[in-house]
Design a protein around this ligand. Structure first.
Ligand SMILES: Nc1nc2c(ncn2[C@@H]2O[C@H](COP(=O)(O)OP(=O)(O)OP(=O)(O)O)[C@@H](O)[C@H]2O)c(=O)[nH]1
Length: 480
């Protein structure tokens, strides 16, 4: 970067001087100072001294063929002073170096093009008048220098900064920007090459003010980078035009012509860049709001999903609650009615659970219920199966497409495993925690309802309890 900086600076001095008006080397826009200012802003002043020294050397070296050595050194000192003052003032004013907000752009305008360039122009005017004494009047010299330097900072600092930072992925405006740029440049080429001066110039010529129209379109629709680039190219075109004998701004004295051109570029750049920055800020704000809305919507959707899950989940055991059980039973019932497949339902009731609670406490009772839920979940695992806590110490499973034998076998495995886990239950005749189950299987008929299946399973459970508990009873119903 430190090597590239003087190269870029040197090239910009040469380009500017190639567009200067002889014999006094008056320039319309002096762009090299923007190179150092953009570098200082982009790298937040890091290696500022080295950058300043390199660009100063490049400035003197590039000026030497055009000015005597004393002039070259003094003028380069003025340039360095201008950039340093602008940089320090911007820091003092708290301007963000990105220049993407209108208040930062305003502070930059004040610090660079206004105060920095004016101070340097007064110093340079003094130096030139003292050294040569034959220049245009001091005020004219100051005005020309001020406008030239001010415009250079105004146009090229934001342009270089926009190229130094990565383009925002959102401003993929290049097709539109390129099309409008092509139109603008074609129009600029036509306007700035009209006539070759003197009598041959057409009587009715197009004025450069017309370029404001496509430029405003670019500023409104494209990025600041695109707008600054368009202004930079127009400024180069107009500088070339007035220093090569064209008269896009009408007939006037040499100094007046340069001043008219500078005023024209100033109007174009303040309006164009101001608009681009203001609209860019609005767009960034809109994107920020969109992002916030999207994030909030996602949060809301996640909360809704969680809420929906919580509203159908039993908080103690984590299995489905009564509401989800009812919904699943109705759904599976309707499906079995359509397919003609059997539907099995198992009801489980923990034996002597009141006594367990009384003996071991409610918390131990809760732990028991969690154990039973886990056990059922471990065994009822076919696709479409569901385990639910029906209420209190009662659990249920729904097993679609399972025949009576399969369902009864499943229930027996659950009861046997619970007994084998041998959780002590001092108040049960069996000494360990057990459960009773009732199982029913139906191929739903047209006139049946899920209640029929539930009633059958419940009767079977009652029978299991009645027959001594820790057993599985099957409902006497037509089975599939
Ligand atoms: N710890 C705990 N106990 C519960 C919960 N829900 C219901 N119970 C208790 O479960 C017990 C159910 O007792 P009963 O309906 O009399 O049945 P049981 O003692 O198991 O007798 P049988 O079913 O005939 O073997 C009651 O004492 C309820 O307080 C719960 O969420 N946690």
């Amino acid at each position: 970067m430190l090597l590239l900086l003087p190269l870029l600076h040197f090239a910009s001095v040469k380009l500017t001087l190639s567009l200067a008006r002889s014999p006094e080397n008056e320039v319309v826009v002096w762009l090299p100072n923007a190179v150092l200012l953009a570098a200082l802003l982009h790298w937040r002043g890091r290696r500022g001294l080295a950058m300043a020294a390199l660009t100063f050397a490049s400035d003197v070296y590039a000026n030497l063929p055009v000015f005597p050595a004393t002039h070259a050194v003094l003028l380069s000192l003025c340039n360095l002073g201008e950039v340093t003052l602008a940089w320090l003032l911007m820091r003092r004013l708290g301007a963000s170096p990105e220049l993407e907000r209108i208040q930062d752009f305003g502070r930059f305008l004040l610090a660079g093009p206004l105060i920095g360039a004016l101070t340097a122009s007064m110093m340079a005017g003094l130096a030139l008048c003292t050294l040569d004494g034959v220049h245009p009047p001091y005020a004219t010299l100051v005005l020309l220098w001020w406008f030239g330097d001010g415009l250079g900072l105004l146009i090229y600092t934001p342009l270089l900064l926009s190229f130094l930072r990565p383009a925002s992925p959102r401003t993929s405006d290049w097709p539109q920007g390129a099309a409008m740029m092509a139109v603008t440049l074609a129009a600029a080429a036509f306007i700035f090459t009209q006539g070759d001066g003197g009598d041959l110039r057409p009587h009715v010529a197009m004025t450069p003010q017309l370029l404001l129209i496509p430029l405003l379109y670019i500023a409104a629709r494209c990025s600041l980078r695109c707008t600054a680039l368009a202004i930079a190219l127009i400024s180069l075109g107009s500088a070339w035009s007035v220093t090569t004998g064209h008269h896009p701004f009408g007939d006037a004295s040499a100094h007046e012509t340069i001043l008219r051109t500078q005023e024209y570029i100033l109007t174009l750049s303040t309006i164009g860049m101001g608009l681009a920055i203001m609209l860019g800020e609005q767009r960034a704000l809109a994107h920020e709001l969109e992002d916030k809305v999207r994030a909030r919507t996602e949060e809301l959707e996640a909360s809704n999903r969680l809420l929906a899950q919580l509203s159908t989940t039993d908080s103690l055991t984590g299995v489905a609650n009564r509401r989800r059980f009812d919904e699943a039973l109705a759904r599976e019932w309707a499906r079995a009615q359509r397919t003609g497949e059997p539907l099995s339902l198992g009801l489980l009731d923990v034996d002597y659970f009141k006594a367990y609670n009384d003996h071991y406490g409610h918390q131990a009772g809760d732990e028991c219920l969690r154990q039973v839920a886990t056990l059922m979940g471990d065994h009822v695992r076919r696709a479409g199966d569901l385990v639910a806590r029906y209420g209190g110490e009662e659990f249920a499973f729904i097993s679609p497409a399972a025949g009576a034998e399969d369902a009864a076998a499943l229930a027996r495995t659950i009861c046997a495993t619970l007994q084998a886990q041998a959780r002590p239950h001092m108040r049960s005749p069996l000494g360990v925690l057990t459960a009773s189950m009732g199982v029913a299987t139906l191929v739903p008929g047209k006139d049946d309802s899920p209640d029929t299946l539930f009633r059958l399973a419940d009767q079977a459970l009652y029978e299991a309890k009645h027959k001594g508990r820790n057993r599985v009873e099957q409902a006497d119903a037509p089975v599939g």
